[in-house]
Design a protein around this ligand. Structure first.
Ligand code: DO4
Ligand code: MG
Length: 278
């Protein structure tokens, strides 16, 4: 497997602990056919250097250029239950039950590429929200042909108070400055990712862990391919796109994020996405 890091100095490729720096354009690379084989050939051609490692600390960017970020909802049983509970008073619970079982998944627009933040950058909570959570989500990197070419980690920051007040407020609960984080890299593999991997979330407040949970991605009700097929129905993505696949970790109602919290989301084979709440 090969990891791609988008940095201010170019694209860093990591293969078997060796680092290579390419000056290729991010959009062109993501959309080149047979990406894994293409990256293997690039690693053969480029000189490896450990000097590139400092770019990961000083120049890392979100793994996007022109790609929109979309997201899926209610793909795990835990998310269905939590959403039903939060929207009970508003009478919205039935829709979460229906969408969990329906053939058509819940898909929603999450972020323009300009609004996405990478690992090490700040995420935000809305000033008009009183209950806010991170949502750790396996995120698919998809080329313009609708093929999954890699995997990254996403944080679908969400206002549960706004979403719970009325399900039609979903866009406001989900789309605002600093609400979408992805990174730290894109994992490119020769075979589809093993969904038996865990995704885990840790929230650290003033040096202490205040929330910690992990779930196997095998608990996702739908397959990544199924989600992508629906997303590409009637919608084209000339430079490809990213798709957050939904959360299986939902903190209980007594937990809300605070300014200064550090959010750490890990998938063993990919790495850790780290963001502090502004
Ligand atoms: O329908 C509300 C959003 C659900 C969501 O973002 C998730 O399940 O991850
Ligand atoms: Mg989500």
């Amino acid at each position: 497997m090969i990891k791609l890091y988008h940095t201010e100095k170019g694209i860093l490729l990591e293969k078997e602990n060796q680092l290579y720096l390419s000056d290729k354009d991010w959009d062109a690379l993501i959309n080149s056919g047979h990406l894994y084989e293409h990256l293997e050939a690039l690693c053969e051609d480029l000189p490896a250097s450990t000097d590139y490692r400092e770019l990961l600390d000083t120049a890392l960017k979100a793994p996007v250029k022109s790609q929109e970020v979309w997201a899926c909802g209610v793909t795990y049983f835990n998310s269905k239950l939590a959403r039903q509970e939060e929207s009970k008073k508003a009478g919205g619970g039935i829709y979460y039950e229906k969408v969990y079982h329906a053939d058509r998944p819940e898909l929603f627009f999450k972020s323009t590429p300009q609004r996405v933040v990478g690992s090490g950058e700040a995420v935000r909570i809305r000033e008009d929200s009183s209950w806010d959570v991170p949502e750790p989500e396996l995120t698919l990197v998809i080329n313009s042909m609708g093929k999954i070419v890699g995997y990254t980690i996403g944080n679908d920051m969400s206002s549960r108070s706004i979403e719970g007040e009325n399900p039609l407020y979903l866009a406001q609960a989900k789309i605002y400055d600093g609400s979408a984080a992805v990174g730290p890299c894109v994992l490119v593999t020769s075979k589809p990712l093993d969904m038996n991997n865990n995704i885990s979330l840790e929230v650290v407040r003033k040096g202490k862990t205040v929330f910690e949970e992990s779930i196997s991605m095998s608990q996702m009700k739908r397959t990544p391919e199924e989600l992508v097929t629906y997303l590409f129905r009637e919608t084209s993505f000339p430079q490809g796109c990213l798709l957050m696949t939904g959360t299986g970790i939902v903190p209980t109602s007594d937990f809300s994020l605070r300014s200064g919290d550090e959010i750490r989301i890990s998938i063993e084979t990919i790495g850790t996405l780290i963001n502090v709440v502004a």
